[in-house]
Unconditional design. Structure first.
Length: 133
């Protein structure tokens, strides 16, 4: 079995943090709108199996817990900075929630993440043999 590239693993895990952290931050700091909680939870329901598979590969790839915690802190700081820049954070959070709801942040739907997923989880994305004669 091939050990995945640590940069690939980190890229996927960071991409997975964003939608959930964004909605959590919106809920905690902007408006306790349940739609924000629901969008984050629903995203995880759709993407959690992939996140769990990649997270399980992190130690073998050399991605440490410390580096993952730092990525979480960095992500939270970036999200807060993003919210601080917008005129209407509540409206912005609602826009992001809609995009998350529509699958815009789903890992397999992201053109920048799908090739990375295929490298890290090749068995999941291997072409299936045809069953038609």
């Amino acid at each position: 079995e091939v050990t995945p590239d640590p940069n690939d693993v980190t890229t996927i895990l960071n991409a997975a943090l964003y939608p959930v952290q964004f909605m959590s931050t919106c809920y905690r700091t902007v408006d306790m709108n349940r739609d924000f909680q629901t969008a984050g939870v629903d995203w995880y329901v759709r993407n959690g199996d992939i996140v769990d598979m990649v997270a399980a590969l992190a130690p073998a790839a050399g991605v440490t817990d410390a580096s993952r915690l730092q990525a979480e802190r960095d992500g939270m700081a970036q999200i807060q900075a993003e919210l601080d820049r917008v005129t209407d954070p509540n409206q912005y959070c609602q826009q992001i929630a809609k995009s998350i709801d529509y699958g815009g942040f789903d890992l397999e739907e992201r053109a920048d993440i799908l090739p990375v997923l295929k490298r890290v989880l090749p068995e999941r994305y291997a072409p299936r043999p045809s069953t038609n004669p």
